[in-house]
Ligand binder design. Structure first.
Ligand code: NAP
Length: 282
C-alpha cells in the first residue's frame, strides 16, 4: 500500500509552474489573478489567503478584492466587468459560497469564460462535457494529476465516484470517462452503495462525511482518492474515508490533509497560467 503524497506532488507541480511563469515574464507576458471575496466567512478567508500565498510563490501577480457582506449585485457585477476588461488580469475567481442575498449563478455567468480559472462558467462546463477544454475544474484536475503521477491509468478500469456536485463529483466523472474508464456515479439516493463501491478499481469519495467509506466497502487492492474535508469536534481535519482501516486493504490511498487538498490550488495556478498563455495566443 502506498500513501499518495499530495503535498509533494503539489510542490512539484507548482515548481514547474514557477519556471513557466518565469519563462513567460521573459517574453513580456505577465500572469495575474484577481480574487474576490465577499463577507467574512473564516473558511473562505483561509482559502483566499492560501491562493494569495501560492501566487506569491509562483511569481503570479495577484489582487484581492475583499468586499463587505452587504455588497449588492450591481457593485459585484461592476467589479467583474472591470476585471474582465483588464489585460493584466489573466484569471478571475469569486470565492464561493456568496452571502445568500447574492445570485451565485449570475456571478459565475458574468466572469468571462476566458478568465474563468475555476471552470464554473457554463461555457467551460460544456467544453468539459465534450472533451474540448481549456480549463479543468481544479479539484478533479488535481485528482487526475495524482493518478498520473502514481502511474494509475484509469483506462478500462471500474471507477466509482461518490458525490455528484457540480464542483467535484460530476466533472470528476467526466474526466475519468475521457480517460476511458467505466464510470459509476453514486449519490444520496443510490441503492446498495457498498455493492457498487466494492467493484471499484479506483474509488473517489466526495461526500463531505467523516469516515463514510469503510473497509467493507472497498475492493482489495483498489486505489482510494479521498476528496472530503471534514472538521471533527476536536478541531482536526479528516476525509470521507476511514483511513486507518481502509489503508490495510487498498493499493493506494490519499491522506487528509495532504492528499487531494493541496492539488486544488496547484491546479488553480495551472489554469491561471493557461489563461495568460491563451490570452497571448500561445
Ligand atoms: P456537496 O455539494 O455537498 O456534495 C456531496 C455529494 O455527496 C452529493 O452529491 C450527495 O448526494 C452525496 N452524498 C451525500 N450523502 C450521501 C450518502 N449517504 N451516500 C451517497 N452519496 C451521498 O459537496 P462537494 O462540494 O462535492 O464536496 C464534497 C467534499 O469534498 C466536502 O467534504 C468538501 O469539503 C470537499 N471538497 C474538497 C475540495 C478539495 O480541495 N480537496 C474541494 C471541494 C470540495 P446528493 O446529490 O444526492 O445530495
Amino acid at each position: 500500500m502506498k500513501i499518495i503524497d499530495g503535498k509533494a506532488i503539489s510542490a512539484k507541480t507548482k515548481e514547474e509552474l514557477r519556471l513557466e511563469v518565469l519563462g513567460l515574464k521573459e517574453k513580456g507576458i505577465s500572469v495575474g489573478l484577481a480574487v474576490i471575496i465577499v463577507g467574512d466567512d473564516p473558511a473562505s478567508r483561509v482559502y483566499v489567503n492560501n491562493k494569495k500565498k501560492a501566487c506569491e510563490l509562483l511569481g503570479i501577480y495577484s489582487e484581492e478584492y475583499a468586499l463587505p457582506a452587504d455588497t449588492n449585485m450591481e457593485n459585484l457585477l461592476g467589479l467583474i466587468e472591470e476585471l474582465n476588461g483588464r489585460s493584466d488580469i489573466s484569471g478571475i475567481l469569486c470565492q464561493l459560497p456568496l452571502p445568500r442575498h447574492l445570485d451565485e449563478k449570475a456571478v459565475i455567468n458574468a466572469i468571462s469564460p476566458e478568465k474563468d480559472v475555476d471552470a464554473f462558467h457554463p461555457v467551460n462546463v460544456g467544453k468539459i462535457m465534450i472533451g474540448d477544454f481549456d480549463f479543468l475544474p481544479c479539484t478533479p484536475a488535481g485528482v487526475m494529476r495524482l493518478l498520473d503521477e502514481e502511474g494509475i491509468d484509469p483506462e478500462g478500469k471500474n471507477c466509482v465516484v461518490i458525490g455528484r456536485s457540480n464542483v467535484v463529483g460530476k466533472p470528476m466523472s467526466m474526466l475519468l470517462l475521457h480517460r476511458n474508464a467505466t464510470v459509476t456515479i453514486c449519490h444520496s439516493k443510490t441503492k446498495n452503495l457498498s455493492e457498487i463501491t466494492k467493484q471499484a478499481d479506483i474509488l473517489v469519495a466526495a461526500v463531505g462525511r467523516a469516515n463514510f467509506v469503510t473497509a467493507d466497502m472497498v475492493k482489495e487492492g483498489a486505489a482510494i482518492i479521498d476528496v472530503g474535508i471534514n472538521r471533527l469536534e476536536n478541531g482536526k481535519l479528516c476525509g470521507d474515508v476511514d483511513f486507518e482501516n481502509v489503508k490495510e486493504k487498498c493499493s493506494f490511498i490519499t491522506p487528509v490533509p495532504g492528499g487531494a487538498g493541496p492539488m486544488t490550488i496547484a491546479m488553480l495556478m495551472a489554469n491561471t497560467v493557461t489563461a495568460a498563455k491563451k490570452q497571448n495566443n500561445l
